[in-house]
Design a protein around this ligand. Structure first.
Ligand code: PXL
Length: 271
């Protein structure tokens, strides 16, 4: 059994975070483990306002020991880290255990929360984790934060950001969410391998139920790497996976709805 791990927050509502990651790993036929960094909760009496509770440093280290020392992994991804010590422990364990297949999802915003999370961590994520990343998967906002560029509103600017982020150490950069560029009616993402750019275009799935889409995409890339795909092959397959998931999105309540990673089974088996 191929094993991989996510170092990420728990989304108590189940659509994003490590819950999305583990569901995705399962769909790829892999054995998933999780080291929980923070617990995110949402308040239905207060317009689904998010709260984030960090897991203490000792408990996070003990989980990382379990995962990396006690079991071992073929790949790992990180999601919402939430504290400086989570960034540093992630760096420490990935380095100590020589994890090459590491996908950095530099979670800096949460659609539901509507604002930047922990902006004080952004530099630490860039400095400590980009150099370890086989693939970094920023959305447009995160690409701006990691590259220092502002107002990424064209494919050319996405490319410039990818080049800067690659220059900071990520071996491949996958910028998600080009659908948000002005006048964009296709789902457009950009993949950069340190030399060449590839655009990944697909039908834009018009849905409000996109909660967890970023987590799912980066988890699918990590799962593809664990399966032995190249970074580019893993990104191409992840894009198909997320499209199937979003086509089957559904509401949880009046505020939020996730994609459905298990939709892949049907899409995959029955075309
Ligand atoms: O989608 C970003 C995200 C990542 N991780 C956790 C979250 C969220 C958004 O809600 O809760 C744990």
């Amino acid at each position: 059994m191929v094993k991989l791990a996510t170092i990420a927050g728990s989304d108590a509502s189940g659509g994003a975070g490590l819950e999305a990651d583990l569901k995705t790993f399962e769909e790829y036929g892999l054995y998933g483990m999780a080291a929980v960094t923070v617990i995110a909760t949402m308040d239905s009496d207060n317009d689904w306002a998010h709260r984030v509770f960090p897991v203490d440093e000792g408990a996070l280290r003990a989980q990382l020991e379990t995962v990396f020392k006690g079991v071992g992994v073929s790949a790992a991804k990180s999601g919402m880290l939430g504290t400086f010590y989570a960034v540093e422990l992630t760096r420490e364990y990935l380095s100590a255990y020589g994890v090459k297949n590491f996908v950095l999802d530099p979670v800096m915003v949460c659609k539901g929360a509507g604002e930047a999370l922990n902006p004080e961590l952004n530099n630490a994520i860039a400095e400590k984790l980009l150099p370890l990343a086989e693939v970094a998967t920023p959305n447009l906002f995160e690409a701006e934060q990691l590259s220092g560029l502002t107002g990424i509103d064209t494919l050319e600017k996405m490319k410039e950001a990818a080049r800067i982020i690659g220059g900071k150490g990520a071996r491949h950069v996958f910028i998600k969410g080009g659908a948000k560029l002005p006048n964009q009616d296709r789902a457009l993402d950009l993949f950069f391998d340190g030399r060449d750019f590839f655009t990944l275009e697909d039908e834009l799935i018009k849905t409000s139920w996109t909660h967890g889409a970023g987590c799912t995409t980066s988890a699918a890339i990590a799962a593809g790497l664990a399966r032995g795909l190249s970074a580019r092959e893993a990104a191409v397959l992840a894009k198909k996976f997320i499209a199937a998931s979003l086509k089957a999105g559904f509401p949880l309540n009046r505020w939020v709805g996730p994609g459905n990673p298990s939709a892949w089974r049907g899409a995959h088996l029955f075309g």
